[in-house]
Ligand binder design. Structure first.
Ligand code: GLN
Length: 348
């Protein structure tokens, strides 16, 4: 019988160069396992995060990793993957590290100037698309504070006949949104820069207004993963409701009768948002719950005819100038398709 017990003693100690080679010899499958373990304390989804980071380091689609799990990582790829894993382990969100985030099965570019899309915002898209989808062809919708453009782009993909617009106060965010739209929904979305309704100008009406405004209470903005995202996209003032107030109170003149305002908000803001909607003169406020069962999106409707129609005829002009025939949101949005070219209210 052979005696193996003496073997370890007889082997020379490994040299540094061999250790380096050993480190470089890691296989993709093993790297995924080790990386997920490394991320466990920092992430709720360590395995997924690790796959996304490794795929980014190797410049391959995530789906290819499994087929290549026995492949040995090249040293430069292993180093790059380690660096990305360490960044994630320190708390930076994956989306910010790789500059991309999936939303509605579409891949969006993101930058430090925009909020990475959250899964709960898919609820906002679903609510809006079912409202606009029930309407005639050419229904109009606007996404206020679009960020990287997810809501408008997802709507454009779901509703081939809808006419869509998107705004943001940040020029840097609009650039990102425009690039995402050019890739994922070319020619479908009209963009304008400005704060909330200032970007829209008077006289435009929509079948739906969407907004995912900053709604985090100021004191919470610097905490946890939120510190890696643009404060301007998160900070809703002391009570978190500052921008929701502006969006909700300003909505009625921009909605067609029966038009819907849909706003995303914080998990504990549903009641306040529904009350604000009623105070603004909107009707039938309803809140929808996200996948964690928390009120996340509230909607309400404009039931009133346009203001100028409600006023007695002699007062109409003093309340609001009548809408010029060519000045409806519909015509403006038709210009997206090239049918109407001029547009005075928006500088685009
Ligand atoms: N849902 C985001 C968060 O809580 C906030 C998004 C927003 O303020 N619009 O991280």
């Amino acid at each position: 019988m052979r005696d193996n017990s003496s073997m370890p003693d007889s082997m020379p100690p490994p040299r540094v160069s061999e250790l380096a080679a050993e480190r470089a010899q890691v296989r993709i499958g093993e790297m995924l396992r080790q990386g997920a373990e490394r991320l466990r304390p920092a992430s709720d989804s360590p395995r997924l995060d690790c796959e996304l980071l490794l795929a980014h380091a190797l410049s391959v689609p995530r789906s290819r990793l499994y087929a290549r799990s026995t492949e040995v990582l090249r040293p430069e790829h292993a180093d790059r993957a380690h660096a990305l894993l360490e960044e994630r382990a320190r708390g930076r969100p994956v989306a910010q590290i790789i500059g991309r985030k999936e939303f509605f099965s579409l891949e969006f570019e993101i930058t430090p100037e925009v909020l990475a899309p959250r899964p709960e915002t898919e609820l906002l898209v679903e609510v809006l698309s079912s409202h606009l989808g029930e309407m005639r062809k050419g229904a109009t919708g606007i996404d206020l504070g679009t960020g990287c453009g997810v809501v408008a782009v997802a709507l454009a993909r779901l509703l081939p006949d809808a006419r869509l617009a998107a705004t943001d106060v940040s020029a840097a965010a609009l650039e990102v949104a425009r690039r995402n739209a050019a890739r994922l929904a070319p020619g479908r979305i009209r963009f304008a820069q400005g704060s909330w309704y200032e970007a829209v100008g008077d006289g435009w009406r929509f079948n739906a207004i969407a907004a995912n405004p900053p709604y985090v209470e100021s004191r919470l903005c610097g905490r946890g993963a939120l510190r890696y995202e643009p404060r301007r996209a998160l900070d809703g003032g002391a009570d978190g409701l500052r921008h929701l107030r502006t969006v909700i109170s300003g909505a009625p003149p921009y909605l067609h009768p029966g038009g819907m305002l849909a706003a995303e908000h914080g998990a504990n803001q549903g009641k306040a948002v529904r009350e604000m909607m009623l105070r603004a003169g909107l009707t039938q406020p309803v809140s929808y719950r996200d996948l964690s069962g928390r009120e996340r999106v509230s909607v309400a409707y404009s039931s009133t005819p346009p203001l100028e129609m409600m006023a007695p005829p002699e007062n109409r002009a003093s309340i609001r100038p009548p809408l010029a025939a060519g000045n409806s949101a519909c015509c403006w949005l038709q210009s997206v398709t090239g049918k109407v070219s001029s547009n005075k209210a928006l500088t685009l």
